[in-house]
Design a protein around this ligand. Structure first.
Ligand code: FAD
Ligand code: SF4
Ligand code: SF4
Ligand code: SF4
Length: 334
């Protein structure tokens, strides 16, 4: 029986999370970023593509694939607690993700984390963080998706207390790896996610063509108030200048798997962190299990508010919207 990831790839719903690449014992599968950059719907994400000449059908990849595993029935049935939080660090919102990683590195609770960093052209690459100061390189949201979990192949060889930060599909893949093949992943931090883009769509089209901006001058990107925002550097050290475009102009350009994704809040993570549901400059924090609670209790440097406004109702509303938009249409396989 061939691995089920072949169907996932052929149906164009591979999220490029990278879990199969990390898990495959024979290196038969490799998520090809260059191919992804060229064409969002290109099915040759894979150099080998679970290649028949290499693959021995052990099915390890199928066991860690979030798409094969499927989506949660109710993505709020494991909410253990919900609160707002912020730290003093610079970051996308309240920099709670950065504060968690920094504090756990400083206490020796983790010896490695997998995340992403960007260059001045907003080219994004996954990387392995090994110390508290590496956290400064990873802060800020990049709306380009890259195979974060592929880094786990290397990380699992060298480290034993690994934290993963990723969007829901990546958090799901990491949780499946922890369930089925490794005890080295100690914490999965999932971030909320409505959609992501290829580099080509975001930096090759939306920023330069739709918004008319020079990507090199962009210092921050964000979604909010029905708009996609890009902030550009101002020469005189003043506040960055905001530019926006309606979400409906950019959402159709999201990657194909994102149009089929039914997880908004990283259901399979230990901690889910976003901005929606909390005031500006704060994060919404969902603790989903004992592991999340244990590690969050150890973290220093986060200020909390118990009943943040606008609150959980807004997260549920957006999750509903994502489910309605992406639910399989009649007669469509999912
Ligand atoms: C593609 C995408 C879509 C999102 N959509 C929503 C949304 O609809 N609603 C919402 O409330 N929040 C959304 N977020 C989350 C939000 O933008 C913030 O990342 C989150 O609130 C954490 O903020 P922070 O201040 O703690 O981040 P920081 O402390 O600045 O840390 C950010 C962390 O996110 C990681 N990261 C950044 N970009 C990526 C990426 N592309 N892939 C994997 N990891 C990444 C970094 O490695 C870093 O560890 C989205 C994030 C992404 C990446
Ligand atoms: S079935 Fe096994 S050998 Fe084949 S691609 Fe998947 S993990 Fe690799
Ligand atoms: S594990 Fe991730 S990268 Fe591999 S086929 Fe599944 S979704 Fe794609
Ligand atoms: S919308 Fe879903 S598939 Fe797309 S990046 Fe977010 S979690 Fe992954």
């Amino acid at each position: 029986m061939p691995p089920k990831i072949v169907e996932v790839i052929e149906n164009g719903v591979c999220t490029a999370c990278g879990a199969c690449e990390a898990a495959c014992p024979l290196n038969a599968v490799h998520v090809d970023l260059e191919a992804q950059r060229r064409d969002p719907d290109n099915l040759t994400y894979y150099v080998h593509g679970a290649a028949c000449e290499v693959c021995e059908d052990c099915l390890t990849c199928s066991r860690v694939c979030p798409v094969v595993d499927g989506f949660p029935e109710d993505e709020f049935d494991n909410v253990r607690s919900f609160r707002g939080g912020k730290s003093e660090l610079p970051g996308q919102d309240g920099a709670v993700v950065s504060a968690i990683l920094k504090s756990l590195f400083e206490q020796g609770e983790i010896d490695c984390a997998v995340g992403v960093r960007r260059d001045e052209n907003w080219g994004v690459e996954p990387f392995i963080l090994t110390k508290a100061s590496d956290v400064d390189l990873s802060r800020g949201t990049k709306y380009t998706s890259v195979p974060v979990l592929a880094q786990l192949k290397e990380a699992m060889k060298k480290y034993s207390k690994i934290a993963v930060v990723g969007v829901p599909c990546q958090a799901h893949g990491a949780a499946l790896m922890r369930d089925t093949m490794t005890d080295k992943i100690v914490l999965v931090i999932g971030i909320l996610c409505m959609e992501s883009f290829t580099d080509e769509a975001l930096c090759g089209n939306i920023i330069p063509n739709i918004m008319g901006l020079d990507v090199k001058k962009v210092v921050k990107m964000d979604f909010g108030g029905g708009k996609f925002w890009a902030y550009t550097r101002n020469g005189n050290g003043e506040e960055p200048e905001p530019h926006s475009v309606a979400i409906k102009e950019v959402a159709p350009l999201a990657r194909n798997p994102c149009h089929h994704c039914l997880d908004y809040t990283s259901y399979y993570a230990d901690l889910s962190i976003g901005s929606v549901g909390a005031p500006d400059g704060w994060n919404s924090i969902i603790v989903r299990n004992e592991i999340g609670e244990k590690y969050l209790n150890k973290v220093k440097g986060i200020e909390y508010v118990d009943d943040p406004k606008p609150g959980m109702f807004l997260i549920k509303k957006l999750a509903d919207q994502k489910h309605k938009n992406n639910a399989p249409k009649e007669g469509e396989a999912h």
